[in-house]
Design a protein around this ligand. Structure first.
Ligand SMILES: *[C@@H]1O[C@H](CO)[C@@H](O)[C@H](O)[C@H]1NC(C)=O
Ligand SMILES: *[C@@H]1O[C@H](CO)[C@@H](O)[C@H](O)[C@H]1NC(C)=O
Length: 656
């Protein structure tokens, strides 16, 4: 029951029902007065709403001019910007610019009028003209002068704005990975439209994840809930957030980046008893965090990367130093996958730690990470290799190869990529990794590269002396790798051409499907060329490797077809993978209306959309002589490798 005392005094309660007290005639009069008060109040509000000046932050050009005319030189002394764009004085109070100007203006006006009358008299005497005509001449002259003054002031203001922008850029450069982390806007407006489209896709993917699966590893876009794959163990680690950070950064989606950053600061703990893939954790979490650090200069990311990498260290405690595949981040116990040939470690996994760990040692000054990965490299360098090839399986206890299966696709892929990229990361000064890369590629050329009857060049798999005429979608990254490795090789032209040929074959695998998206694996059996044969090879899970190769080929050749192919992929993604809840993979690329798998992979945001964005950007964004992308497309700065006797100095921090 309401409290009687809270009601107007003329109401009292009888059995809980309000009743009136006092004389009726008085109540009528009161009602009138109240009505009148309300009416007056309403009119005042109404008037205020329509006639008060608009104080929001948009200022038109003509208003700006008016302010310049009225304001004089003081206007060029920049005041502090308040959130709404108003001028703020040193005490943080908003200045009413109009009022301040009004005071002085009257006096000035009178003086001006007197001066003006005097000038007209003098002029009419000189020109010997009637006063009226002189007035016109004088007006014309004044107008011209005024215009000139105005133009000068606008120019001056532009210079001021430009200076401020430069200063801001300089600050940004000093605290981040340097030039080329932002911008890259293409000059051609038609290309810009495409780039904007890719950014819009990123926004849709991110917003959907944020709305339905925030904090989960991945998003289920159709059932609109969180998802976690086995590679992330049983923990909720926000894989999508960490994988997406650097893409948000280069796309200048600052608000989203900040929200992601805040989540990392407060919610990303990386603890609990769970078994994680050492490789996946490294390339996505350590790589993603280090990249966010390198781009933004925000030390939070470095500390978090260090925290995660430390949890992976037990995996390296094997007789050879080759890491196990899995680690329990609470107990530190480690093991290999049950299915991997006789307890073996996997080539691509043990070989894809170097870029992240070397850089981490450089920025923390803690050499332990670099030590681990150099030991792997040196072990792989000295070991006997069958036909010069690196099989996919190797036992970390005995140092002996498992099954002699060799692949540039699944299980092998990024081992080769990292040999090349170690060399690039070292500023192309490390001859050991370059030689290992060159030797590996030449063995692959000899034993694995084939040309189909239809003239398509591809990299087959090699299983105990026999070729399996198949290429994985995962293997399609190698077109870009061959092109990236051309410079510094004995035959640059040959490798650039090899890159183009692989890009073409992988494009064919897309073009020969109903959806214009490529299958997980395609074969060259009999009459089949670049098409999947088995049902379980027909899916597409938003993978990036083909676009990755288009990206490198575009950078190195500038052939329009790579941008055209990338745009074909954008349209196919929009048609078949976009849903109102985010992006999904599909189960069969050969069906016009394919079934959807209901998973938005974190690498879609880390890699697929990043490569697309870069393809439609200017080369000045992430220039390849300054940045090297890890196998999850997380850029790390080149030259930043660990030096044994160096210590981390403040100076280092500034020149990331
Ligand atoms: C990190 O790399 C920079 C650039 O090459 C180098 O000057 C510095 O000494 C390195 N720091 C460490 C601790 O290795
Ligand atoms: C590093 O220090 C050790 C001993 O402290 C020295 O023998 C070695 O030459 C130094 N290496 C470099 C590259 O300066």
């Amino acid at each position: 029951m309401p409290v009687p005392g809270m009601l107007p005094s003329y109401q009292r309660y009888v059995n809980g029902v309000p009743v009136s007290v006092g004389r009726k005639s008085l109540r009528m009069r009161e009602k009138y007065i109240i009505l009148l008060v309300f009416l007056t109040f309403g009119m005042v509000c109404f008037g205020a709403f329509f006639f008060l000046p608009d104080l929001r932050d948009r200022v038109t050009v003509s208003e700006m001019r008016r302010h310049i005319q009225m304001g004089g030189a003081e206007i060029f002394v920049p005041g502090k910007e308040s959130p709404g764009g108003l001028q703020v004085d040193n005490h943080g109070d908003i200045i009413d610019v109009h009022k301040v100007q009004d005071k002085g203006r009257l006096g000035v006006k009178i003086a001006e009028d007197v001066a003006r009358q005097k000038a007209i008299d003098e002029l009419s005497n000189k020109l010997k003209l009637p006063k009226d005509d002189t007035l016109k001449v004088k007006d014309a002259i004044d107008q011209d002068k005024e215009k000139l003054k105005e133009q000068e002031k606008v120019k001056e203001m532009e210079i001021q704005v430009e200076r401020q922008r430069e200063a801001k850029d300089k600050v940004h450069r000093e605290h981040s990975g340097g030039e080329g982390t932002r911008g890259g806007e293409p000059a051609d407006p038609a290309v810009k439209v495409k780039r904007d489209k890719v950014k819009e896709m990123m926004k849709h993917a991110w917003d959907s994840y944020k709305k339905y699966a925030w904090g989960s590893n991945e998003l289920r876009p159709i059932s609109k809930q969180g998802h976690s794959a086995s590679i992330f163990g049983t923990s909720t680690l926000g894989a999508t957030i960490i994988d997406a950070l650097d893409t948000l950064y280069i796309m200048e989606m600052d608000e989203e980046f900040k929200i992601g950053r805040d989540w990392v600061a407060t919610d990303f703990k990386f603890e609990g008893s769970t078994e994680l893939s050492v490789f996946e954790t490294n390339i996505r979490f350590v790589g993603g965090l280090l990249s966010a650090y390198a781009l933004s200069g925000d030390k939070l990311f470095k500390d978090k990367a260090n925290h995660v990498a430390e949890k992976l260290l037990p995996a390296f405690n094997t007789p050879t130093g080759l890491p196990h595949s899995m680690v329990n981040i609470k107990t530190g116990s480690t093991r290999n996958w049950g299915w991997a040939s006789g307890g073996s470690s996997i080539l691509s996994e043990l070989g894809s730690m170097h870029l992240e760990f070397d850089y981490l040692s450089n920025v923390t000054g803690n050499g332990i990470f670099a030590e681990k990965v150099y030991r792997i490299r040196d072990f792989m360098n000295q070991i006997e290799k069958p036909n010069g090839l690196y099989p996919n399986y190797i036992n970390p206890k005995t140092g002996k190869w498992g099954q002699h299966h060799v692949a540039i696709g699944a299980l092998g892929d990024s081992f080769y990529e990292y040999l090349l990229k170690m060399w690039i990361q070292s500023g192309k000064t490390d001859p050991v990794s370059r030689k290992m890369y060159d030797d590996a590629v030449s063995a692959i050329e000899t034993h694995m590269i084939k040309v189909s009857p239809g003239g398509l060049k591809y990299v087959s798999e090699y299983k105990s002396g026999r070729n399996e005429l198949k290429m994985d979608h995962l293997g399609c990254f190698c077109g870009g790798m061959f092109a990236l490795g051309a410079e510094g090789s004995a035959e640059p032209e040959k490798y650039l051409q090899l890159g183009q040929d692989i890009a073409n074959t992988c494009h064919e695998s897309y073009d020969r499907s109903a959806t214009k998206l490529g299958p997980e694996a395609f074969r060259f059996d009999g009459n089949t060329e670049a098409k999947a044969v088995r049902q379980n090879e027909k899916y597409y899970i938003l993978r990036p490797e083909v676009l990755e190769t288009y990206f490198y080929m575009w950078r190195f050749t500038k052939e329009q077809k790579y941008r055209d192919w990338a745009w074909e992929a954008v349209q196919a993604l929009e048609t078949h993978c976009r849903t109102d809840g985010g992006y999904t993979g599909i189960r069969d690329v050969y069906q016009v209306n394919p079934q959807k798998d209901d998973v938005q992979q974190s690498f879609f945001l880390a890699e697929t959309l990043k490569y697309l964005y870069l393809i439609f950007s200017d080369d000045s964004l992430l220039p390849l002589d300054k940045w090297v992308l890890n196998t999850e497309a997380h850029p790390l700065p080149v030259h930043r490798v660990f030096k044994k006797n160096a210590t981390v100095t403040e100076n280092d921090e500034k020149h990331l």
